[in-house]
Design a protein around this ligand. Structure first.
Ligand code: NAI
Length: 335
């Protein structure tokens, strides 16, 4: 009789509830035992509890230390602060880990991509310190600290060393932001000295975007501060078929939240057409984190089989099946 894992579940909004339901059903078909503590967050939570992030949700993550999260809509240009950014800061989920790898059977413009994106998750421009100096002039503060930059660089090099990755590039704009990005780079460079077997390089962010599109194979692991990591993750998602596919994990010392790279996709919400693969691959990362490697491998094999057979793929990847039918397909492939 295996252990029951109690997981905080945040279905989110937009396509969040649809992809979360699909993934929960698939996870339960793996044979691993889960107990879900389900919470709303964002606008939905405010309507019900008068809080964007209910206290019970925070207490649940503190207790369980692992959450699976769907996307949550963030209002543009005003309204409440991003729930994602707030949770990442609150639980010091300092490392945003996003592997970018092709699925077998799914043809994309770039076959055989295998990139790891490691994004600093707690500071940079995402500290949200903006104010109006005088009418018509806004200041937005980019905060880079030695502590957070060293911590994320160590995470990247430790990950690379453990998983046989060959190269790390720190991505920056230290030619312009000489102090802030300069500090980020200096920390990465210092940490790199402790890992002589890993090739260390530095590329400027704008050039990196061009280099990635020309030849993504030249990179292995990218280490980025918060904003560059956000943008480059979406760019790299396109190499392997788009945002419907790419997983993510927000990792801290006390808790980890597993969520896809994509947002709440209001353009396709409620239509049973969203692709749950990105959240499913995030759930596979979660299974590894829970020391359920056998179930993670079995689920990955079922997902790969679903893509190779192409019978129940969603429309963003050339199929015509709905979110629920895709989940049924993966469950059937689990055998
Ligand atoms: P988005 O990622 O929601 O959508 C971008 C495009 O990708 C859309 O055309 C959408 O239909 C497509 N797409 C995304 N996920 C898909 C899936 N699973 N299957 C098929 N197609 C998919 O980005 P957008 O529109 O910029 O953001 C919408 C909202 O989501 C915003 O409020 C934003 O703040 C929020 N957001 C939340 C995140 C989170 O909760 N972690 C992350 C990113 C954005």
């Amino acid at each position: 009789m295996g252990k029951t894992h109690t997981i905080t579940l945040i279905p989110g909004d937009g396509i969040g509830p649809e992809v979360t339901d699909a993934v929960v059903r698939i996870l339960e078909a793996t044979g691993v035992k889960f107990s879900w503590e389900r919470f709303a967050a964002g606008a939905g939570a405010f309507e019900k509890h008068g809080e964007y992030i209910p206290k019970e949700l925070v207490a649940s993550i503190e207790r369980n230390r692992v959450a699976l999260k769907g996307p949550v809509t963030t209002p543009v240009g005003g309204g409440f602060p991003s729930i994602n950014v707030t949770l990442r800061k609150k639980f010091e989920l300092y490392a945003n880990f996003r592997p970018i790898k092709n699925l077998p059977g799914l043809e994309t413009r770039y076959p055989g991509v295998d990139l790891i994106i490691i994004r600093e998750n707690t500071e940079g421009l995402y500290v949200g310190l903006e104010h109006e100096v005088v009418p018509g002039v806004i200041e937005s503060l980019k905060v880079i600290t030695e502590k957070a930059s060293t911590r994320i660089a160590k995470f990247a090099f430790e990950y690379a060393a453990k998983h046989g990755r060959r190269k790390i590039h720190a991505i920056h704009k230290a030619n312009i932001m000489k102090m802030s990005d300069g500090l980020f780079l200096r920390c990465a460079r210092d940490v790199s000295k402790g890992y002589p077997d890993i090739v260390y390089g530095e590329h400027i962010i704008d050039n990196t975007c061009m280099q990635l599109v020309m030849n993504p194979y030249q990179y292995d692991t990218l280490l980025l501060e918060n904003l560059y990591g956000d943008i480059v993750s979406d760019l790299c998602a396109a190499f392997v078929g788009g945002l419907g596919l790419v997983p993510g994990a927000n990792i801290g010392a006390e808790a980890s939240i597993f969520e896809a790279v994509h947002g709440s996709a209001p353009d396709i919400a409620g239509k049973d057409i969203a692709n749950p693969t990105a959240l499913l691959q995030s759930a596979i990362l979660m299974l590894h984190h829970l020391n359920e490697a056998a179930a993670a491998d079995k689920l990955m094999a079922a997902l790969e089989k679903t893509y190779v057979e192409k019978k129940t793929l969603t429309r963003d990847v050339g199929g015509s099946a709905g979110t629920r039918a895709f989940a049924d397909g993966v469950i059937a492939a689990l055998g």
